[in-house]
Design a protein around this ligand. Structure first.
Ligand code: NDP
Ligand code: 8X3
Length: 251
């Protein structure tokens, strides 16, 4: 199969970074996105020995900037085959009565509206070509609500609904849409959720062999390498030690 182009949001860390590494080694040219330019440049330099890399630094909350960056790609980067909507985070873990509006805005603006802004900018070319594949990274938090998860869960339930809606609306255009919903993955996720508190972040994974970014990258590679007539619609993936959002066997 000839090389395809994949765009990954949130490629500077965790699941996105692991996916960039795996796809670079598996016949994909890559557009890597994130806000941290230093990390984008470092990853780009590393992966450029394997494939063509283009980097874009922007904040998915900024609709204007997102649209400008994604619609002014050079001609040889415009035909994006795979869009991986991965950028996102939890901000805070508070009850609804104690939650901060700033955290709520961050989660809804990044995880939901940011995903929509990116998708809107990429879709016209996919629709015109009548082909493409969108992978949305949801979460077990988009399948089950847990204590203090409120707005993060709502944002990931929205990702689940948008994934289903996209699959229906894009059906006529032959565009595949996949939802991948991980449980605990040890990345910078908890560090962001707890605003840089390394101890709280480390406690989340204490006594558990959590998933790694590479485990999710593996599923993404599986989904994007199925034959043309097959779409992986919806995947929930948990560490073996996790039975649900809150039932976790710890050593
Ligand atoms: P990380 O914190 O390691 O990575 C998050 C990525 O998102 C970073 O590359 C970050 O890049 C990017 N990002 C965050 N905010 C913005 C923004 N405003 N604009 C552009 N990019 C942004 O976490 P994960 O790899 O774990 O998270 C990736 C996805 O997986 C998220 O959607 C998360 O909700 C989901 N997920 C994670 C789970 C986990 O347990 N870790 C479980 C289930 C789902 P930068 O800061 O450079 O902009
Ligand atoms: C991250 C998984 O359940 O820790 O989406 O919020 S959870």
């Amino acid at each position: 199969m000839s090389k395809r182009i994949a765009l990954i949001t949130g490629a500077t860390s965790g699941i996105g970074e692991a996916t960039a590494r795996l796809l670079a080694a598996n016949n994909f040219d890559l557009i890597l996105c994130g806000r941290r330019k230093d990390r984008l440049h470092k990853l780009s330099a590393e992966l450029a020995t394997l494939t063509r890399i283009h980097t874009l630094a922007f904040d998915v909350r900024d609709q204007k900037e997102t649209t400008i960056q994604l619609t002014s790609l050079p001609d040889d980067w415009k035909d994006i085959d795979v869009l991986i909507n991965n950028a996102g985070n939890a901000h805070g873990l508070d009850s609804i009565q104690n939650g901060s509006v700033e955290d709520w805005d961050a989660m809804l603006d990044i995880n939901v509206k940011g995903l929509l802004y990116v998708t809107k900018a990429i879709l016209p070319v996919m629709v015109q070509r009548n082909k493409g594949h969108i992978i949305n990274i949801g979460s077990i938090a988009g399948k089950e609500v847990y204590a203090n998860g409120n707005v993060y869960c709502a944002s990931k339930f929205a990702v689940d609904a948008l994934t289903k809606g996209m699959r229906i609306d894009l059906n006529a255009h032959g565009i595949k849409v996949t939802g991948i919903h991980p449980g605990m993955v040890e990345t910078e996720f908890s560090l962001v959720r707890f605003k840089g508190d390394t101890e709280k972040a480390a406690n989340v994974y204490k006594g558990v062999e959590a998933l790694r970014g590479e485990d999710i990258a593996d599923l993404i590679l599986f989904a994007v390498t199925r034959p043309a007539h097959v779409v992986v619609a919806d995947l929930v993936v948990l560490p073996t030690a996790q039975a649900s959002a809150t039932v976790v066997k710890r050593l």
